[in-house]
Write a protein that binds this ligand. Structure first.
Ligand SMILES: [Zn+2]
Length: 229
């Protein structure tokens, strides 16, 4: 299988480098991605085998600060996905419904009703969180793909996703997508404002993926948190 990666952004800007990437760095990263990968929507990345390496660009939470970056990708005719939290649409610091409707190259995936951590929820509450019926009337989401809030899930979450005909659950496990990836534990690499272009390029290489796996094991052994927002 050819290389597949899912790249995740939250905000765009310089106020909070943990959650935001500077706009110029973002543009450099996009042009690097274009030079190496075919950039596709996440559904295609997850369901199609290709001879070319594939990358998906995702924006989690639909932050208002990322709206310009989404329009930038529209201008270049580059596909991307936006993970929507139903109750956050139109709230302060988040894109409005009107803005989201203007986007041309976006596919929308569901990121739950209110961004509650799904692990440990009661069945009813969990079902409510992952039910996309209402948002589908506002902005149709890609069917069957859920982004776990804060990347957190448990066995119960995965089981219910399967029962509700979801084909994939997207995590914040920072690796490339491989043939061995469990469909309900799809890894994604979250980018923050501290990452240099050189390291960004490295992480998307085969050696970079090995490095990510080793760094993950090390953090787990040391009991450090690896989860992004
Ligand atoms: Zn989120």
């Amino acid at each position: 299988m050819r290389k597949k990666v899912i790249i995740v952004y939250h905000g765009i800007g310089t106020e909070d480098p943990f959650m935001q990437v500077d706009v110029q760095e973002f543009q450099k990263q996009v042009s690097y991605l274009q030079s190496v990968f075919r950039i596709v929507h996440v559904r295609e990345l997850l369901t199609v085998e290709s001879q070319e390496p594939m990358a998906t660009i995702m924006f989690d939470d639909a932050f208002l600060s990322a709206f310009g970056a989404m329009q930038f990708l529209d201008g270049l005719q580059i596909a991307y996905d936006v993970a929507l939290i139903e109750e956050y649409i139109g709230m302060k610091e988040y894109c409005s419904l009107e803005q989201l409707k203007q986007l041309k190259k976006a596919c929308f995936v569901f990121h739950t009703k209110s961004h509650q951590v799904l692990a440990g929820l009661q069945e009813k509450e969990l079902e409510m969180q992952i039910s996309s019926e209402y948002i589908d009337q506002l902005l149709p989401c890609e069917k069957g793909i859920l982004v776990y809030p804060r990347g957190i899930y448990d066995e119960h979450t995965k089981r219910l996703l399967y029962q509700k005909n979801y084909i994939a659950g997207l995590t914040a496990l920072p690796f490339h997508v491989s043939k061995r990836s469990n469909l309900y534990e799809i890894p994604r690499i979250c980018i923050n404002g501290y990452l240099s272009l050189q390291k960004f390029r490295f992480l998307l290489s085969i050696w970079g993926n090995l490095y990510l796996h080793l760094a993950f094991v090390k953090r787990r052994l040391l009991g450090q948190d690896y989860l992004g927002k």
